[in-house]
Ligand binder design. Structure first.
Ligand SMILES: Cc1ncc(COP(=O)(O)O)c(C=O)c1O
Length: 395
């Protein structure tokens, strides 16, 4: 078969090896508990499901969705941004619903990248940022996210010729996988940098509602002049436990939103309308479910970080996101340490290198494990002793 180079050149799916091992263990009847996937275990709130159910009964919603989505959904998204971030958006020109943020994240690369172009991409980071750029024939220029810099890219070390050539930059705060957050000062600097080098900014923000200890993440669009350069991606997936329904949005600069709409209108036929009604309910209905979910995640976060620290593994409680980014003990690579936990205690953590080379030295633990499984996972971890005695558990 003659496949396209873009398919042949695709890097292998980062978690292949570990998934294979999990499957082998499960096939042998061993119980494996996984911290690997950032998919909320808590169901979609009942009022949202109720609206979805109602909308599913209406034959008008059995047909192709309305082009460019329901105006009521775009208005609900704009109203949510106004209420949540004090950002006003033109619902017709600056809002575009998506089939989940991931879909828009991939397709935005089509708006920017011709073969040979460059995009600035954080590393470690969500794998779709570099992969989409590569699939368009472009080259990602990796911006390292390191702990000493609070996992923010250091704009000053990006060579000027690279920044001048780059078409756009990806950012993601609250961050997957590091759990880091960014403030408006940093976003203001990014806007200046983008204007100076004539590049656009794509901010991926699906975790702004998943935050702890009273912390309220900001939107990139709150930065001065952001609307001139930026598009922000958001989603109902993590805010309202709607990963299975696939609905998200892109908002911001009208030209960028328009370009993405043009690309998408040639590819998909919109979001099933009943799901659009569910999203309207999620964004406009009662919001107390968010705090309720965050209370659950915060308790889990403290249990997980407490256990890791007890084992001598460095990890800080994240202020936001669904992830704990933990340093692997000395003497292990990320993959070796993930394999070690899987082999010895049947617990799966994601090797940091699944998010790019810059994730070496870390593993990611997701807080989306149901409570009963979490308790079991923690007691298994408590039993773990480093067989190589590279460090001793603090007891
Ligand atoms: C950083 C980041 N962006 C985007 C997504 C995709 O979100 P959605 O479910 O809206 O496609 C995820 C999902 O885990 C993510 O972690």
């Amino acid at each position: 078969m003659k496949m396209a180079k873009r398919v042949e050149d695709l890097p292998p799916y980062p978690f292949v090896e570990i998934i294979q091992k999990i499957n082998e263990k499960r096939a042998k009847g061993e119980e494996v508990i996984t911290f690997a996937v950032g998919d909320p275990d808590i169901p979609t709130p009942p009022h949202i499901l109720e609206r979805l159910h109602q909308a599913a009964q209406d034959p008008a919603n059995h047909r192709y969705p309305e082009a460019a989505s329901l105006p009521e959904l775009r208005q609900a998204i704009a109203a949510w941004y106004q209420k949540r971030f004090d950002v006003s958006l033109d619902a017709d020109k600056e809002v575009l619903p998506l089939i989940g943020a991931k879909e828009g994240i991939f397709h935005i690369a089509m708006c920017f990248i011709d073969p040979g172009d460059i995009a600035l991409v954080p590393e470690p980071g969500y794998p779709v940022y570099p992969v989409s750029v590569m699939m368009m024939g472009g080259t990602p220029y990796y911006m390292p996210l390191i702990r000493q810099n609070n996992f923010l890219p250091d704009l000053d070390i990006i060579p000027a010729d690279i920044a001048d050539k780059a078409k756009f930059m990806w950012l993601n705060y609250p961050n997957n996988p590091t759990g880091a957050v960014a403030d408006l000062d940093f976003f203001n600097k990014v806007v200046k940098f983008a204007k100076q080098h004539n590049l656009s900014v794509c901010h991926d923000a699906p975790y702004t509602e998943v935050a702890y200890d009273g912390y309220r993440p900001v939107s990139f669009l709150q930065a001065d002049g952001a609307r001139e350069v930026a598009i922000e991606f958001h989603s109902c997936s993590k805010s309202y436990n709607m990963t299975g329904w696939r609905i998200g949005m892109a908002v911001g600069n009208a030209e960028l939103v328009g370009a993405l709409n043009t690309v998408k209108s040639n590819i998909d036929s919109g979001i099933p309308q009943a799901i659009q009604y569910a999203a309207i309910e999620a964004l406009s209905g009662p919001q107390d479910c968010i705090q309720h979910h965050n209370d659950i995640y915060q308790r889990r976060r403290d249990l997980v970080v407490g256990m890791l620290n007890k084992l001598g593994i460095e990890a800080e409680p994240p202020k936001a996101s669904l992830y704990v980014w933990a340093k692997v003990p000395a003497g292990y690579t990320s993959v070796e340490f993930s394999n070690e936990l899987l082999e010895r205690v049947g617990v799966v953590v994601t090797p940091g290198t699944g998010f790019g080379k810059g994730g070496e030295g870390y593993v990611r633990l997701s807080l989306t494990l149901p409570d009963a499984a979490l308790v079991k996972a923690l007691s298994r971890l408590a039993e773990w002793r480093d067989p190589r005695n590279k460090f001793k558990a603090k007891r």
